[in-house]
Structure formats: structure tokens, C-alpha cells
Design a protein around this ligand. Sequence first.
Ligand code: HEC
Length: 105
Amino acid sequence: MAFPALGAGNLENGQKLAETHCARCHVIGEYNKFGGIGSTPSFRSLRGTPNGIERFRTFFARRPHPAFVSVPNVPRWTNLLPYATPFEVSVEGIEDIIAFVQTLK
Ligand code: HEC
């Protein structure tokens, strides 16, 4: 699959990050069309919401993510024990994910 890069982020890396970290809960696109967790909104539908891209940019601060996502040099919002497998994503990584999200129709 080849998509033109729309933003500053690296599309391929963003797709890889989304497949690795987000696809276990979210339907991220063709990759796991019938996957994800039923109650979790798909990337496509999130992207279509008002401020969709902004939501992705700040997803780590939006519930439920603060419990299991950390960003280097960004203080965690909560010290609750993670109830889902924790992972770390960098600010650049988030821009990459946004580049990927922008390719979703
Ligand atoms: C453990 C499950 C899980 C993982 C992993 C996960 N999410 Fe989510 N995410 C959710 C759930 C559940 C919601 C819906 C929350 C709600 O509507 O209250 C959500 C909502 C969102 C939203 C919308 C937030 C809002 O306030 O509008 C964005 C954006 C998002 N996720 C991005 C991501 C990205 C990017 C990744 C991977 C880097 C990711 N998520 C990984 C469970 C997860």
C-alpha cells in the first residue's frame, strides 16, 4: 500500500505504531477491519469527529489512555497502576500516527 504523506509525520512508522499499540483496542483500518474491542471507536470514526486530529495529538491525555500510555518528557496524568499493557510513544511517534490517520478514508 502506498499513500502520499500528508503531514510532517512518517506515514510508514505511524502505521507500524498504530498496528503495534493501538490495534489491540481500536479498528485502525484495513489492517484489522474486524478486530479491535467492540466498545472502542475506530480510528476512522474518531478522525471524522470535530477536532479529530487534535484528539489524536492529545490522545495520551484522554481517557482511558493515561492509565497505560506514557510519553517521554511528558509527566503522566495519573499514577494508577496500568490496567492494560502499558506502552510508550514519543511526540514524533504521535505525529507519525497522525500522518497515518490522515490517510484513512
Ligand atoms: C487498551 C485499549 C486501548 C488502546 C491500546 C488504545 N486505545 Fe485509544 N481509546 C480506547 C477507548 C476505550 C476509547 C474510547 C474512550 C471514550 O470514548 O471514553 C479510546 C479513544 C481514543 C481516542 C479519542 C479520545 C477522545 O477523547 O475523543 C483517540 C484519539 C485514541 N483513542 C487514540 C489512540 C491511539 C493513537 C492509540 C495507540 C497509540 C490508542 N488509542 C490505543 C482504548 C484504547
